[in-house]
Design a protein around this ligand. Structure first.
Ligand SMILES: [Zn+2]
Length: 64
């Protein structure tokens, strides 16, 4: 488990999420530690993982 080098806060516990972006490499999440240190983490797309963006197999909704 990774820990913040500044205060030892475990990185598995997100203190505050600043923003989250979908990129071609995965989900990039900008977080802030309890000590105020900004952190960037990248969660790569894994096999079988459900990704909300970029679905092309959803039919358009029926509208009157
Ligand atoms: Zn910290």
């Amino acid at each position: 488990m990774e820990e913040c080098p500044c205060c030892g806060w475990p990185e598995s516990q997100v203190y505050e999420v600043l923003s989250r972006h979908l990129t071609s490499e995965g989900v990039v999440t900008y977080t802030r530690c309890a000590c105020g240190e900004p952190q960037v983490r990248v969660q790569p797309f894994g096999p079988g993982e459900v990704v909300a963006a970029g679905r092309a197999d959803v039919p358009p909704p029926d509208r009157p």
